[in-house]
Unconditional design. Structure first.
Length: 209
């Protein structure tokens, strides 16, 4: 079964409360999501392997640790996932970027794929899938399923807020994908929105309704 990592650092929790506030406008909302994504990326990349390399400091030669050439990729689920992309890339600027486009059918609430473009060397990469909200889990599970068809080395899922229903669905369908989230909320309402959540992340990022 996949692990769920709750990233409860005080800075993240503080910024997440501002993100939730209905009075936070699109500009500040985007900036805060970007900042939280950067902070979360520290934890998501904690298990990157290290190797010793020899360099010369201004004083003498020595052996020190660097990341062991692991190839990473970041895959936002469109469109809201784009709000987290730059925040992750600030920490790992050499990562390649893919995109998965999904929309939720308003009647069935099931995800429909309309776009999937991944790096050509995806089979050599460990991917971080980013999407602010893990609600029903339908979009995340479907996006991961589409990505798995391209055979990446591994996948992690990173979101700001998760509902227990979404966590359960991803764990059932993808027991090999660990979930990183800054909050686990109460659950879903009748419209499949996370409660208390933050509303529609895409609309709040881009000022749309």
């Amino acid at each position: 079964m996949s692990k769920v990592k709750l990233i409860d650092h005080p800075l993240i929790q503080h910024k997440l409360t501002l993100i939730r506030d209905k009075n936070t406008g699109p500009k500040e909302f985007r900036e805060l999501v970007d900042e939280v994504a950067t902070l979360m990326a520290y934890e998501v990349t904690r298990d990157l392997p290290l190797e010793e390399v020899e360099i010369e400091t201004p004083i003498q030669k020595g052996k020190f640790k660097m990341i062991a050439g692991k190839k990473l990729g970041v895959v936002p689920i469109l469109r809201a996932g784009l709000g987290m992309l730059d925040g992750v890339l600030k920490l790992i600027p050499t990562a390649k970027v893919g995109h998965v486009g999904l929309y939720r059918d308003p009647e069935t609430l099931e995800p429909v794929e309309y776009y999937c473009k991944l790096p050509t060397d995806v089979a050599e990469r460990d991917l971080i899938v980013v999407d602010p909200m893990l609600a029903t889990g339908g979009s995340a599970a479907a996006g991961i399923r589409f990505i798995k068809e391209r055979n990446p080395r591994s996948i992690k899922l990173m979101c700001l807020i998760a509902a227990p229903e979404g966590i359960e669905r991803v764990q059932q369908e993808h027991p090999d994908v660990d979930i990183f989230t800054a909050a686990i909320d109460e659950g879903l309402n009748d419209h499949a929105y996370i409660v208390p959540g933050l509303g529609d992340a895409g609309d709040r990022l881009y000022g749309t309704k």
